[in-house]
Design a protein around this ligand. Structure first.
Ligand SMILES: C[S@@+](CC[C@H](N)C(=O)[O-])C[C@H]1O[C@@H](n2cnc3c(N)ncnc32)[C@H](O)[C@@H]1O
Length: 217
């Protein structure tokens, strides 16, 4: 599925609280400088237009949300959405999410990790570019708190099955836990824009959650 042209971000909108460059954070990452309050942190990989961040941050003021998006125009668009709703608990980092996991997030520091409709990289020679890879899964397992969840949704059945097998082979997360589809109650009542497009096209969405096991004492 292709993507429609993106609407321009209002140049008068102040994005300073909601948009940051990853390269400015990698050397000295500090959650305290990104959010107004300390709270459990959830991270989204590949935020696209930012629908998930906008909705969950408004619904969960007691949690912080960090979206990562490698494409600058989408990162700015998602940040603009947060700025318009004066979000105090969500931010978009422009850059490679995998580098953030490797270099910024400490052990047992994330309440949840969300990966929705990651680029499938169809060609065999490009599959190594997929974000759901062995190193990333190890970083997810390392950074989640006990009981924290990895949420993975896609419209590509092959990517789904390959990832389920990779999780089984690579990390010790419980799952896949079944995620039921919820009826949409209004036109934006979807987890993300890609979920909206997929369901409006009456195509299947494959959803799984995995939970970090409680550490043994
Ligand atoms: C297919 S889109 C899905 C966007 C959104 N999650 C949704 O469901 O509507 C995948 C997004 O992931 C972003 N992306 C791909 N690789 C990434 C990476 N390594 N770090 C951060 N974002 C990435 C792409 O730029 C793209 O916006």
């Amino acid at each position: 599925m292709g993507r429609r042209a993106l609407r321009k971000v209002d140049p008068n909108l102040d994005l300073t609280r909601h948009f940051r460059e990853a390269e400015d954070l990698l050397a000295s990452f500090s959650r305290a400088t990104l959010f107004e309050c300390d709270a459990p942190l959830e991270v989204e990989v590949g935020s696209g237009k930012g629908l998930f961040l906008a909705q969950v941050s408004a619904e969960n003021p007691g949690r912080n949300f960090l979206g990562s998006e490698i494409a600058r125009k989408y990162a700015r668009y998602a940040a603009a959405r947060l700025a318009k709703q004066h979000s105090a608990n969500a931010i978009v980092i422009c850059g490679d999410a995998l580098a953030l996991f490797q270099r910024c997030f400490t052990d047992a520091s994330l309440a949840a990790v969300h990966v929705y409709f990651p680029d499938p990289w169809w060609k065999k020679r490009h599959k190594k570019r997929r974000v759901m890879n062995e190193q990333f899964l190890r970083d997810v397992e390392r950074t989640l708190v006990s009981g924290g969840r990895l949420h993975f949704w896609t419209d590509v059945e092959e990517y789904f099955q390959t990832t389920l097998a990779l999780v089984r082979a690579t990390v010790n997360l419980a799952g896949p836990l079944v995620v039921a589809e919820q009826p949409a109650e209004h036109d934006l009542d979807y987890r993300t824009h890609f979920e909206r497009r997929t369901r409006k096209s009456e195509l299947p969405v494959y959803r799984a959650e995995f939970e970090k096991r409680q550490t043994q004492r």
